[in-house]
Every structure is written in structure tokens, then in C-alpha cells.
Design a protein. Structure first.
Length: 121
């Protein structure tokens, strides 16, 4: 958030916040083999983080830094992702490998179960 504040308005307060954030101790290093992380989002309760990028979405337990469930493949690169307010759905925007075709995806998740493509009626 400090980076966003500084990018929005490069005030002295925003710069000080950015420097304070840089001094914080790293709690967990999230990452997995097989792809870059392009975007992340926190659930509304702050207990789960989703990372997304090159064809993959992963859920992480914020307290432990461990991956929750299995990763799910996405069509193309996921450039943005967000939780629904109740935390049961994820929505994301995707592009193909060439960056030419864009699309969107919705994925369902519940508790510690793996996320899966959501279905609509």
C-alpha cells in the first residue's frame, strides 16, 4: 500500500511510509516452481492470498505462508485477480501467450478445498 500511496501522490508522508515499509521484516516468501507471479489479492478477512500469473492460480495461508490446496490452470496469463466479498469466488482477467487475446475467468473455492472453475446456471 505504501508503494501505491507514493505512486498516487509523491508527498513527504508517502515517501516516509515507503521507507518504513522497506524496513519491515519479511514474514514469508511465497512462490512456486513453474511460473511468474503477476498479481496478488487478499481475501476480505485477510487470511488468504491468491497469487496468479503465467497460467496458474494458487491460494496461500497468510499466517503460515503455505499453499492451500492444489494450483489450478488458467487459460493464458492472469493479469488481475480479485476475491468476491464473501471469499467464495475468484475473478480474473487473462491474456493469451502472445498478449493478443483477452478473456476472463471465474473460479470457485471453499475452505481448504482446491479452487476449480466455477459454473454458472
Amino acid at each position: 500500500m505504501a508503494v501505491q500511496a507514493y505512486q498516487t501522490s509523491a508527498t513527504a508522508d508517502a515517501r516516509a511510509g515507503l521507507l518504513r515499509a522497506a524496513d519491515l521484516k519479511l514474514a514469508h516468501l511465497l512462490g512456486a516452481r513453474g511460473g511468474d507471479i503477476q498479481t496478488v489479492a487478499f481475501s476480505a478477512d485477510g487470511r488468504t492470498l491468491v497469487s496468479a500469473g503465467t497460467g496458474t492460480l494458487r491460494l496461500w495461508d497468510v499466517a503460515t505462508g503455505r499453499q492451500r490446496g492444489s494450483a489450478i490452470a488458467a487459460d493464458g496469463e492472469v493479469g488481475s485477480v480479485a476475491f468476491s466479498p464473501d471469499g467464495t469466488l475468484l475473478a480474473g482477467a487473462t491474456t493469451d501467450a502472445t498478449g493478443g487475446r483477452s478473456g476472463s475467468g471465474t473460479w470457485a473455492q471453499a475452505g481448504d478445498k482446491p479452487i476449480s472453475p466455477a459454473t454458472t446456471d
